[in-house]
Design a protein around this ligand. Structure first.
Ligand SMILES: [Zn+2]
Length: 223
């Protein structure tokens, strides 16, 4: 979802996930002094994840999306059982607040919005430089891609170590060829192979380390 968030409408800053907590019960407990924990101490604060002492009224975890630069924020959503679902709800609110005209969602556009990132800029420029006709048709498509790349450059900065889409696609296909079916309790599962990663790669970023490990496997069978 991060990649699909649009930069802040107010300042162009990067949307970020905020976490906090608030009291569950709406009814005040007369036995309890609320000055320190919630209610009297104001609305939830971003980053307040401090566990409460067991004797104080229960809190529930919250998420929101906020702008790391100007602080503009969506309303808090209780995470419930699935934090990712709550984050998706915040993300939808965040993107809805921007008054961009809703473009028609073609298959291509959906793919572009979901998968293209800053790392694809050279590939797109290369494509653009080789286009010498059909501008009527290609122009709007390049405009859409360029818009996405600008957004992605702001939004995905340090949130996900992205590699050009085609490199990742090649890795996925390599893995696909090694998938085995396993039957467990009468159900079928696709099992991806275990991939060796040497200890000297400990210092690498998670995504880079896995990409390197997959790359070091023999090339896929191209027949
Ligand atoms: Zn902002």
């Amino acid at each position: 979802m991060y990649e699909q968030l649009i930069p802040c409408d107010h300042c162009g800053g990067r949307p970020t996930v905020g976490r906090s907590q608030r009291l569950v019960s709406k009814l005040p407990n007369p036995q309890f002094d609320y000055t320190e924990w919630g209610r009297m101490s104001g609305p939830p604060r971003i980053g307040d994840r401090l566990p409460r002492p067991p004797e104080v009224p229960k809190t529930e975890p919250l998420v929101c999306i906020y702008c790391a630069d100007c602080g503009m924020q969506t309303p808090w959503e209780a995470t419930g059982r699935d934090e990712k679902v709550a984050m998706d709800r915040c993300g939808a609110v965040w993107n809805r607040r921007l008054n961009r005209p809703a473009a028609e969602k073609t298959e291509l556009q959906r793919l572009v919005e979901r998968e293209m990132g800053a790392a694809d800029i050279p590939a797109v420029l290369e494509l653009l430089s080789r286009t010498d006709s059909d501008w009527e048709e290609m122009g709007p498509m390049f405009a859409m891609i360029a818009r996405r790349l600008v957004d992605a450059t702001i939004v995905t900065f340090d949130s996900w170590a992205i590699d050009p889409v085609l490199n990742d696609a090649a890795r996925y296909r390599k893995l696909m060829q090694l998938v085995k079916w396993v039957e467990i309790d009468g159900e079928r599962y696709a099992q991806f192979p275990k991939i060796y990663t040497p200890a000297e790669h400990n210092e690498m970023l998670f995504e880079d380390r896995i990409a390197t490990a997959v790359d070091s496997m023999p090339d896929r069978d191209r027949w």
